[in-house]
Design a protein around this ligand. Sequence first.
Ligand code: SAM
Length: 292
Amino acid sequence: MHKDIATPARTRAILDKYGFSFKKSLGQNFLIDTNILRRIVDHADLTEESGAIEIGPGIGALTEQLARRSKKVVAFEIDQRLLPILEETLSPYPNTAIINEDVLKADVKEAIDREFSGIDDIMVVANLPYYVTTPIIMKLLEDKLPIRGIVCMLQKEVADRISARPGTKDYGSLSIAVQYYTEAETAMIVPKTVFIPQPNVDSAVIKLIKRQEPAVEVKSEPFFFQVTKSSFAQRRKTLLNNLTSQLPEGKQKKEQIISALEKAEIDPGRRGETLSIDEFARLSDALFPYFS
Ligand code: SAM
């Protein structure tokens, strides 16, 4: 087996050889602990038949571990300076492909169709760039890709919000958006010392396994998400006040919201953070006829 990329000594040697300087604006914090990398990959439950999509391979630390444990890895990397480095570090792994694109602009579905023909089990596994964690996760879920799920490193604070339950301070529209599509859990907490350079915030790995069907059935998905966002606009306000100030203008808006809350059997004095996803679905369906 080839020497691991992710030891502190080898990582430094690679960076020095290419004179690579980290770009903070691209969220470049590379992992230098093979043990952590292997544990991340463990959480993805890959087999030799699986495909892995990585976002931001950096110098290939995680890519290498994925290549050893799956059939094929396709990695999106925005930073062109990393391409010659990856060409060298990943040369022992012919089952890897790098796509030099911003993942937020990329057609991931098309890349899956092109790169993973004959592969049924596909997981996204990544140490995400922290400046765009939420947009990346939401894009991967909203694009309805044929993936089993996502295992990724991100800021612990965002992991807490994603896996939060109703009634807790971290519960909000992000928890609902992600839990609508997936079963979410925080898989591990990761110390800053395993990165170079060390990030300013604590990190965690989350595991999101896609549901067969969304957690709740709603008349309109965009409206459901609009209602959840509106309900958390100001956390200290009641549902009635948030919805009244956030939903689009209309005659008798307040009366309509009160009547929808009544129909959904939800007390208008409650706050958004106390509602379960089922209750939000009921509320959104009751409001929908007035605002569609
Ligand atoms: N996977 C490597 C590791 O664990 O050591 C690097 C992870 S580093 C946290 C994030 C990586 O994402 C960097 O290589 C960065 O250049 C890349 N990146 C940042 N923004 C990106 C984007 N919008 N699309 C694709 N890659 C991006």
